[in-house]
Design a protein. Structure first.
Length: 249
């Protein structure tokens, strides 16, 4: 009964010493707080994406760069055409000036053809210049979009990093909350990680004292001490008991 009481007390003490009081409530509160923070940052990220019309930052930036580069190529090609048109107009004007000074046959016909070609080329030049201005405007728009996208990139990365941190913390506290819940159930059921191998039991034969062994040892020791005592007593006794003892004196 004493041993059983000691074991029960030991198990109860072990259970109490390894129990973390209030842990479930703490972890539940942390899960709620971090969950709200995570939701807030996710909403901020979505608002930022909607404001900047960002859906995939890298893909969107690559697409803008590709379109802007195409416009750059088109702009350079238009510039070359404009330079060519300027050269042609200059040549036509020189031709017309030379025709004015000429008195050769067919002067009027050649002059009118050159004049008509000059008018067409000037109209073409105006069209090319208008096209160039439109391309320049489009390039500026793409540059503005890229600048806006880059200006949002730092805030976007900061929000994504913060969301990643809160997600890790949320998973951690969810795991801790589940562990605390399981621990609370085990505590309620008084389930511990200590197992009693041999429970307290009553023996039919007494363990102590071992009477036969004690009696045997006592008899043997008594015999040994008795013989030893007799020899020592005989050795220390100097009294005269026999005639031989007188002769030896």
């Amino acid at each position: 009964e004493i041993l059983k009481s000691v074991l029960d007390f030991s198990l109860e003490h072990h259970l109490e010493s390894h129990k973390i009081k209030g842990s479930k409530g703490f972890f539940r509160k942390q899960v709620e707080i971090i969950g709200k923070k995570l939701k807030q940052y996710e909403n901020k990220l979505q608002e930022l994406k909607d404001d900047a019309k960002i859906y995939s930052f890298n893909e969107q930036k690559s697409s803008l760069l590709r379109q802007r580069n195409k416009l750059f190529s088109l702009f350079k090609d238009t510039e070359r055409k404009i330079d060519s048109s300027h050269s042609k107009i200059s040549e036509l004007k020189k031709l017309m000036n030379s025709l004015k000074q000429s008195v050769s046959p067919g002067f009027i016909t050649s002059y009118k053809e050159a004049e008509r070609e000059l008018i067409l080329e000037e109209a073409k030049l105006k069209s090319l210049e208008a096209e160039r201005d439109t391309i320049k405007k489009q390039i500026r728009e793409y540059n503005n979009k890229l600048d806006t996208l880059n200006s949002y990139s730092l805030e976007l990365k900061r929000l994504q990093r913060q969301i990643s941190i809160y997600e890790d913390n949320y998973r951690l506290y969810r795991k801790k909350l589940e562990e605390a819940r399981i621990s609370e159930v085990l505590d309620a059921e008084r389930v511990v990680n200590v197992k009693i191998i041999d429970p307290a039991s009553v023996s039919n034969l007494p363990v102590k004292p071992r009477k036969l062994l004690i009696l045997g040892l006592s008899g043997l020791l008594s015999l040994i001490f008795g013989i030893a005592f007799a020899f020592i007593s005989e050795y220390l006794d100097h009294s005269v008991k026999f005639s031989e003892d007188v002769k030896s004196i």
